[in-house]
Ligand binder design. Structure first.
Ligand SMILES: NC(=O)c1ccc[n+]([C@@H]2O[C@H](COP(=O)([O-])OP(=O)(O)OC[C@H]3O[C@@H](n4cnc5c(N)ncnc54)[C@H](OP(=O)(O)O)[C@@H]3O)[C@@H](O)[C@H]2O)c1
Length: 280
C-alpha cells in the first residue's frame, strides 16, 4: 500500500474522502479536487454520507470506494481522544483499501505528533501537512467576531507567528493526495513572515480602515472568553503553549511541496477585505 504514493492518483481510481470537507481547509481541498475531475466525498457530520470521528458506525460507509483521504480532526489534533480516533480510522481506511492518507496537523503541538505517528504507522502512503496558525482564523473562524469588535484579546504577549494562508495548505494537500513524490514527507507550512498579534492588528486596521487593537490577557481570562463564546476552553492553554517561542521560525513546506513561495499575510488581508467579511 505504501507504494501508492509513488505514482499519480488516476482520476477514475475511486473517490477521495475529504474529512472536514466543509471546513476552512477541507472545503478548498474538495473544490480543487472536483475541478481536477476527481470524485469527492465530503466527510463530516452534515455530509450526504454522514461521518463522525466519535461514531465508528459511520466510518465504513464514508470509506466505501475511497482510494485516498484527507484527514482533519476537529476541534484539534492535540486534544484528548484525537490520537485514538485518528489512529483507529487510519487503520480502518487501510483495511478498506485506501492507499494514501494526508493528515492536517499543527506546528509545535507535541500531542498532535502522536496523531501523526498513528497515521505514519497505518500502512498507507502518508503525508503530514504540519501548519502554522491560519490567516483565515481572522475571517472565517473564532477571530472574526473580535476583528469586527476592534479588539484581538489573546494570552500571547509579544509572541510572533508565521501565519499561513489556507489556500497554500489546500494546494499542498491536493498535491500530496494526487501526485507522486509526496509520500513520507512532513511539510512544515508557514507564511513568508513572522508577525506579532500587534502586527496583525495593524495589518487588519490598514485594510479595513477601522482600528483593530491587540490586547494581551491571561490564559484564565481567555478561557472564560472562549467558554462564553461556546468554544473549547482548552484552546487557551494550547495557544499559550504554541506561542511560547517554539514556532517563531519559518518553515519551507510550501517551497518543498510546490516549488513556489507562500502567500503573504498582507495579500490574504487585502483579498479578505475585498469580500466584505469585515464590513461593520
Ligand atoms: N486554525 C488553525 O490556525 C490551525 C493551525 C494548524 C492546524 N489546525 C488544525 O486544523 C484542524 C481543523 O481543520 P479546519 O480548520 O480546516 O476545520 P474547521 O474549519 O474547524 O471545520 C471543521 C470541519 O470538521 C467537521 N467536523 C466537526 N466535528 C466533526 C466530527 N466530530 N466528525 C467529523 N467531522 C467533524 C465540520 O463539519 P460538520 O460540522 O458538518 O461535522 C467541518 O467540516 C484541527 O485538527 C487543527 O488542529 C488548525
Amino acid at each position: 500500500m505504501a507504494g501508492a504514493g509513488a505514482v499519480d492518483l488516476p482520476v477514475g481510481a475511486g473517490a477521495v474522502l475529504v474529512v472536514g470537507g466543509t471546513g476552512k481547509t477541507g472545503r478548498r481541498v474538495a473544490e480543487r479536487l472536483s475541478a481536477l475531475g476527481y470524485a469527492v466525498r465530503v466527510g463530516s457530520r452534515s455530509a450526504a454520507v454522514p461521518f463522525d470521528w466519535h461514531d465508528e458506525g459511520t466510518w465504513d460507509a464514508a470509506l466505501e470506494g475511497v482510494s485516498a483521504a484527507y484527514l482533519t480532526y476537529c476541534p484539534d489534533l492535540a486534544f484528548p481522544g484525537a490520537v485514538e480516533a485518528v489512529g483507529a480510522f487510519s487503520r480502518r481506511a487501510v483495511e478498506r483499501g485506501v492507499g494514501r492518507l494526508v493528515l492536517l496537523s499543527g506546528r509545535g503541538e507535541e500531542a498532535a505528533e502522536a496523531g501523526e505517528k498513528a497515521v505514519m504507522e497505518s500502512g498507507a502512503a502518508w503525508t503530514v501537512v504540519r501548519c502554522a496558525w491560519f490567516d483565515q482564523n481572522f475571517s472565517e473562524s473564532f477571530f472574526l467576531e473580535p476583528v469586527l469588535a476592534g479588539e484581538l484579546a489573546l494570552p500571547v504577549g509579544g509572541a510572533v507567528e508565521p501565519f499561513v494562508d489556507v489556500e497554500d495548505i489546500a494546494d499542498v494537500a491536493v498535491a500530496a493526495l494526487t501526485r507522486a513524490g509526496h509520500a513520507g514527507e512532513v511539510y512544515e507550512l508557514t507564511g513568508p513572515r513572522l508577525l506579532s498579534f500587534a502586527d496583525v492588528a495593524r495589518e487588519l486596521s490598514a485594510v479595513t480602515g477601522r482600528e483593530v487593537r491587540f490586547a494581551p490577557v491571561s490564559p484564565e481570562a481567555y478561557r472564560l472568553v472562549l467558554e462564553e463564546a461556546g468554544l473549547p476552553g482548552d484552546f487557551a492553554e494550547l495557544f499559550s503553549v504554541i506561542l511560547d517561542g517554539r514556532n517563531a521560525s519559518l518553515g519551507d513546506g510550501v517551497r518543498r511541496a510546490l516549488g513556489r513561495e507562500p502567500r503573504d499575510f498582507a495579500d490574504y488581508a487585502r483579498a479578505a477585505a475585498a469580500t466584505g467579511v469585515w464590513n461593520a
